[in-house]
Design a protein. Structure first.
Length: 88
């Protein structure tokens, strides 16, 4: 039986999907400045918990997805998330 620290691929994927959903949920203007960076928080957790399964490559792919969702310059979030994963 697997322990919770090992994590399953489905749980990792689900947590990234929830983080992406929380990133795109609209908030009132006065709360928008207090919005946490969900994707970064989830990425840091998984890189620390399972570095053999979640690394710079996964961070790069998630960053490209975040670029598309947030309508940012392609590669902007990708390089940021990859750099954060590398540092962690």
């Amino acid at each position: 039986m697997r322990s919770a620290a090992q994590g399953s691929g489905g749980m990792i994927l689900l947590s990234f999907i929830v983080a992406l959903a929380l990133t795109i949920v609209p908030l009132p203007d006065m709360l928008e400045v207090a919005r946490p960076e969900w994707m970064i928080m989830v990425l840091v957790y998984w890189v620390m918990a399972l570095p053999q399964r979640v690394g710079v490559g996964i961070a790069w792919i998630l960053g490209l997805l975040l670029d598309v969702v947030r309508d940012a310059l392609l590669g902007q979030y990708a390089i940021i998330l990859a750099l954060i994963a590398f540092i962690v």
